[in-house]
Design a protein around this ligand. Structure first.
Ligand code: PGA
Length: 261
């Protein structure tokens, strides 16, 4: 089964509405429409509305970095699924490592957010990944199993079709240290096998699994060439429109189309 790649830029706490607009105008001028992949940008909350308006006529998707599971209420500082949808968001991250490690999101909380996203027709990107300490202690697989089982608790196979998984080793995020292509491929193949055991072969073959962690124009192609890697979740290198477009061109050049950007 061929899975459509997804290349996503997570801007984290960067870019005002005007900076988001400048990025999008420049990025759209490259006309990456010819690539057979989905492209997604994930600005901070305050830039979503402007970004959504700038992307209206394009095929680029808009996503959010987080959301609260409740529909509304006394949750100071939080944003609901409905608010994200009003800005044209169709994706939302769940359990990004910075949410887990800086803001204390547990697997239970990640699951609540993921379930709320699904019931509001948002496509969650479940982020999983081990710390360096866990990898060195040979605990990568058990940590991933816990994050997958926790994050996907009570998610039916029907709903799973709307979920994307991003494998992001914590030690590779923002550090310039990319996992080797073998490490990324092997770990993502492990995640795919887990989906097959827990759900079915069909679900596992259809599941889009991205790699994230210091992806850049130089390593995008070899990562994307791995059989189980279906795209990338990019932080730092997605902040510059030229570099983001270059990553897409590199990754998708595998399809024999050298540089339509
Ligand atoms: P990075 O971030 O590309 O800057 O390593 C990836 C991420 O956090 O999603």
């Amino acid at each position: 089964m061929s899975r459509r790649p997804l290349i996503a830029g997570n801007w984290k706490m960067h870019k005002t509405p005007q900076e988001a607009q400048d990025f999008i105008e420049r990025f759209l001028s490259f006309s990456c429409d010819g690539f057979d992949c989905d492209v997604l940008v994930i600005p901070p909350f305050t830039s979503l509305d402007r970004a959504g308006k700038c992307l209206l006529e394009s095929s680029v998707f808009l996503g959010a970095q987080d959301m609260h599971p409740a529909a509304s209420g006394a949750y100071t500082g939080a944003i609901s699924a409905n608010m994200l949808k009003s800005c044209q968001c169709s994706f939302v991250l769940a359990g990004h490592s910075e949410r887990r490690h800086v803001f204390g999101d547990t697997n239970v909380v990640v699951n609540e957010k993921l379930q709320a996203a699904l019931s509001n027709d948002l496509r969650p990107i479940l982020c999983v990944g081990e710390t360096l300490e866990e990898r060195e202690a040979d605990r990568t697989e058990s940590v991933l199993e816990e994050q997958l089982a926790g994050g996907l608790k009570d998610v039916s196979e029907l709903d799973l079709a709307h979920v994307v998984i991003a494998y992001e080793p914590v030690w590779a995020i923002g550090t310039g240290k990319t996992a080797t292509t073998e490490q990324a491929q092997d770990t993502i193949a492990f995640i795919r096998a887990w989906i097959e055991t827990r759900y079915s072969e069909t679900a596992s073959e259809a599941m889009r699994i991205l790699y994230g962690g210091s992806v850049n124009p130089a390593n995008a192609k070899s990562l994307q060439a791995q059989p189980d890697i279906d795209g990338a979740l990019i932080g730092g290198a997605s902040l510059d429109p030229d570099s983001f477009a270059q990553i897409i061109a590199e990754a998708m050049s595998l399809q024999g189309d050298d540089d339509p950007c």
